[in-house]
Design a protein around this ligand. Structure first.
Ligand code: NCD
Ligand code: ZN
Length: 343
């Protein structure tokens, strides 16, 4: 049987929520990944070090006792974040970044930043304290076509931010376009990007052709095939600017299969397997380890993990749902076969 053993990977962009959903999803991530950057877009958002430390404890309590998993916490940037909180975050060993959501761009982003220029003093403080900034790079302008929102964000905001704060480490989260890949490639080593499994495996036909498929709907929305190809090329290129970030974003099935379905794909149940499928299709399985296990840690200046995980080329069927009854979550590729399985 064909197997692939790699250094234990990390997930550099993850939503685990809280309460009952956290208990359902946390074991999936902890059996695959040693660490994950935890997104702060709870209701209410995690805006302070004190809140993040409480949330961290809740996450640790949801990790099965036989697994060893470290949550890497982030804070939600708002117009009211203070430079004192940034200093505090920089001094706290458990906080690894701030997340910038343009207000209204995505799930639970209402408290995000409405005026990006107005928070430049905060970006200056992050640059000074060497605390990375993670960006959801989409404009929120109603007049902007949803498929153009990432590209327009780069031209309207990101170029200016990187010019003004050359020392600030930035992760352009979940890149989805050729233009974002090109922007990251053309920038300094301080600028990196995460790439999700769904953006490597699917184009927008998955959402819209042959009926509307809400479980493929996430933000930034999956784009056309030419963009998918650019993302696959970036992920499999061996360039350390691109690393694994699933953006696994659980929503209850009832809120996805809805007249106004929530944005977010749940992929933590099979994250590494989905990436292996994408890398194998590109004939680049030998590039998976660095993408999944080295480049993110290097960017965040954390040690690479010890230990390994092994994937086998064994088909298995993804369950229809995880979790019970009205708390069920429909995973990506529900009821479908995956070619790779984590041992
Ligand atoms: C994420 C969520 O549900 O929290 N949704 C998504 O579509 N990716 C938020 C985000 O990362 O944009
Ligand atoms: Zn996300």
């Amino acid at each position: 049987m064909k197997t692939l053993t790699i250094t234990r990977p990390d997930d550099w962009h993850l939503h685990v929520r809280n309460g009952a959903v956290l208990k359902t999803v946390m074991p999936h991530t902890a059996r695959q990944f040693a660490r994950a950057i935890i997104m702060p877009n709870l209701k209410p958002p995690v805006t302070t070090v004190a809140q993040a430390l409480i949330y961290r404890e809740e996450i640790l309590a949801a990790v099965p006792a036989d697994l060893d998993f470290t949550p890497l916490m982030t804070l939600y940037l708002t117009g009211s974040t203070t430079t004192a909180e940034i200093k505090k975050a920089a001094e706290c060993e458990h906080i690894h970044a701030f997340k910038l959501y343009p207000a209204g761009a995505t799930t639970n982003s209402d408290s995000g930043v409405a005026d990006i220029k107005a928070i430049y003093p905060l970006l200056a403080a992050m640059e000074r304290h060497d605390l990375p900034l993670l960006i959801h790079g989409e404009v929120t302008d109603d007049a902007c076509d949803i498929f153009d929102r990432e590209r327009v964000f780069i031209d309207t905001y990101l170029s200016d931010i990187t010019r003004n704060f050359p020392g600030l480490r930035i992760v352009v989260e979940h890149v989805t376009t050729t233009e974002a890949v090109q922007f990251v490639l053309a920038s300094t080593p301080n600028i990196a990007a995460t790439i999700t499994p769904q953006h490597l495996l699917f184009n927008r036909n998955a959402i819209l052709a042959g009926g509307i498929k809400p479980h493929y709907y996430c933000l930034p929305i999956i784009k056309r095939e030419s963009h998918r190809l650019a993302l696959v090329e970036a992920a499999t290129s061996g360039n350390p600017k691109f690393f694994l970030g699933t953006d696994s974003a659980p929503h209850l099935t009832s809120l996805k299969e809805n007249a106004c379905g929530c944005a977010g794909c749940y992929s933590a149940h099979a994250a590494l397997e989905l990436y292996a499928e994408a890398f194998e299709r590109a004939d680049a399985l030998n590039k998976l380890e660095a993408f999944a296990s080295f480049y993110g840690a290097d960017f965040y200046r954390l040690p690479r993990n010890s230990g390994t995980v092994t994937l086998e080329k064994t088909a298995w069927k993804v369950p229809a749902v995880y979790g019970k009854n009205d708390l069920s979550i429909t995973p990506l590729k529900a009821n479908e076969e995956l070619p790779w399985k984590l041992q």
